[in-house]
Design a protein around this ligand. Structure first.
Ligand code: ADP
Ligand code: MG
Length: 240
């Protein structure tokens, strides 16, 4: 579905992504792990075109979306994003947050958008809060709404950038449970996370980034029990 080839990104003199190569197949749950500053967010932002890569290719179903003749809006609609800081529209209700993108970007009729919003809000257990504004919700509830909003756009792949890092510890579980359920249903997901249990138990592929490069990648089983790279060994030792 997605193939990243020789992707690099500089901010001025600072090369923050260096020759990144990896692939995502339909149904894959890929976790991206690594220390702060290793380039994880920049990689996700390049993939959803919030940041422009300096060189390399991002192939989506074989088409390079960094080439000139690509309809960026169309591609973006197929790539959902869930941020650490939720990024909900604060002046909209929960329901409206889950409808506006469908109406404005997908040009869906209001009734259809409403039905889809309710369906996905039900999926994340938020139907009893449809008329609330974001400030009336806990962090865990906000993140579940953000996930429903992304799902309502029916993307082909969902990107998550540390979706539980801004949450109080007691709310991490409810968001991870929603993500686990999505993974089980076969949702294609690319997840930047510090939740090593999620990376190990839920994903089928793990990418470890160090200093702008993919230092090691593989099946979680192998990567966690027999890490090869000294940097990865050191990184994992911080979580035990
Ligand atoms: P991570 O998500 O792994 O913590 P980031 O992708 O946020 O890492 O950052 C990687 C590097 O890129 C860091 O050195 C950071 O300072 C730098 N960086 C990120 N965004 C920008 C930006 N907009 N301008 C300049 N440097 C940036
Ligand atoms: Mg980050």
């Amino acid at each position: 579905m997605l193939s990243i080839e020789h992707l690099s990104k500089r901010f001025g003199e600072n090369e923050v992504l260096k020759d990144i190569n990896f692939q995502v197949r339909p149904g894959d749950v890929t976790s991206i792990i690594g220390a702060s500053g290793s380039g994880k967010s920049t990689l996700l932002r390049c993939i959803n075109l919030l940041e422009s890569a300096t060189s390399g290719k991002i192939l989506f179903h074989g088409q390079n979306i960094l080439s000139d003749h690509v309809n960026e809006a169309k591609y973006r609609a197929k790539v959902g994003m869930v941020f650490q800081s939720f990024n909900l529209f604060n002046n909209h209700t929960v329901l409206s947050n889950c409808m506006v993108g469908q109406i404005k970007v997908l040009k869906k009729p209001k009734e259809e958008a409403y039905d889809a919003a309710l369906l996905y809000l039900d999926k994340v257990g938020m139907t009893s809060h449809i008329n609330a504004k974001p400030h009336q919700l806990s962090g865990g509830q906000k993140q579940r709404v953000a996930i429903a909003r992304a799902l309502a756009m029916q993307p082909e792949i969902l990107l998550f950038d540390e979706p539980t890092s801004a949450l109080d510890p007691e709310m991490v579980g409810e968001v991870l449970d929603v993500m686990k359920a999505l993974a089980k249903e076969g949702t294609t997901m690319l997840v930047v996370t510090h939740e090593m249990a999620f990376a190990r138990d839920v994903s089928n592929h793990v990418v470890y980034m160090y200093d702008g490069k993919i230092e090691e990648e593989g099946e979680p089983k192998n990567l966690f029990s027999r890490p090869k790279s000294p940097q990865l060994k050191e990184f994992l030792s911080r979580f035990t």
